[in-house]
Design a binder for this molecule. Sequence first.
Ligand code: ZN
Length: 394
Amino acid sequence: MQQQPQRVSGRAVGAVMFIAALAVTVAWIVIRMFVTTQPVEDAPDAAAASASAPAMAPRAITTPFDHVVVLSIDGLRADAVEDAVRRGRPGFAALLKGPHTLEARTDPDITVTLPNHTGMVTGRLFKGPQGHNWLPNDLPPTIAEGGTLHAAHGSYVPSMWDVAHDHGLLTGMIASKDKFILYDNSYREEQGAPDAIAPDHGRAKLDIVELAFRGEGVERKAEAALDRAAIDGRRSLWFLHFADTDLAGHGTTWDMTPGSAYLACVDRMDALVDRLVRHIEGSPSLRGRTAIVMTADHGGGAPPLSHTVAESPLNFRIPFVVWTGDGAAADLYDLSPMRARPAASERMTATGGSPIRNADAGNCALWLLGLPSIPTSTVGAEQDLLAGWSRPAR
Ligand SMILES: [Zn+2]
C-alpha cells in the first residue's frame, strides 16, 4: 500500500484528540457502570465462595512457622532450575529438598511481571469479576490517578499482607523493580482496609518496603529483616523479588546453552538462594521456624527477548517450591491431590482444571504461618496445597 504523505493541521490533530478523549471517557463510564453492577462488597463474595466450596474441614498445619519468605525470581524458567541443579549448584538444590514442582503455571491469560506478582500477593488470577484486573506493567500512576489495585478492580482487593498484618505479624516487601511501588500505594495507611481482627494494628498492611536493584541487595536486606524480626520476637511474612534473571533474558535472550549470560545470571541467583538458606540454617532463632515459598512470575523466550506470549510453555512453565528445612524432597502435585497436573507443555486455561500456580504463593505462605486464606481470593483459597504433607515433629 502506498504511503500518503501526512499533512495534518494542528486544528485537525486537536479535533482528533478531543474525539479520542471523549471516546475514552465514554468507555470508562460504561466500564464503571458495568463494574458497579458487580458484587463489590467483600462479605457476600466470601459467603458465596464458602457456600459453593466442598465441605472440607480446615486442615491446620501442626506446627506453624514463625517466618515465611515468598521469593519471586523474575523470569526464572523451570528448566533453568533443573539445569542449575544438574550442574551441581547448591542453592536451588537446597530448595528442592522440600515439596516442589517444576510444572507450576503462571496466570493462564498473561505472562508479564506486575499482573503475575499481583496474583501471588492477592491469590487471584488476572481476568474476570473475581480477578484482580491489574494490567499495566510499568510504573503505576499515582494513587490520585488510580494507581492502586482497588481502583483497578473497583473494590478493595485484600492481600496476604492484610491477613498477616491483621493477625499481628510483621510484614514486608523487598523488591528490585520500582514498579512494585504499586503494592506500597495499595496497602499504605490511607489505602489499606481497617484491621479486621482485634487488637487494631492500623490500616497500613506493609510495615517495611525496601527497594534494591540487584538480587544481592535484596538478599542482604532480607537477612537483616529476618534477624530483626527474630530479635524483636515478631513473627513475620516477607515478599522478596529478584529482577536479575529477567533483565538478563531481555538483554541477551533466555539462552539455555552452556555459558550463556542468562544461565550465568541463574547461577548468581542460585548463590543468593544458597546464602539465604545458609543464613536461616545458621541462625538458632530462624532455623526450624522459617519457610521459603519460591516461584517466578513467568519464564521467558517467546519472543526471544521477552515473555509476552501467554500460550508459550517457555513463558508459562515455572517452578513452585516450598522449602521447610526438613530436608524431605517430594512432588508437590503428589501432596496436593485436588490439583490437576498439567502435561509438560500444557498451558491449562482457567476452565481446564486447577494446576499449581504462582498465584498460590500467598495462601500457601499464610497456611505455613497457621493463618487463614486471603478473603475473597480464588487461587488456593481452600489452602489445599500440601494437603498430603505433615510437618515432621521437631
Ligand atoms: Zn520481563
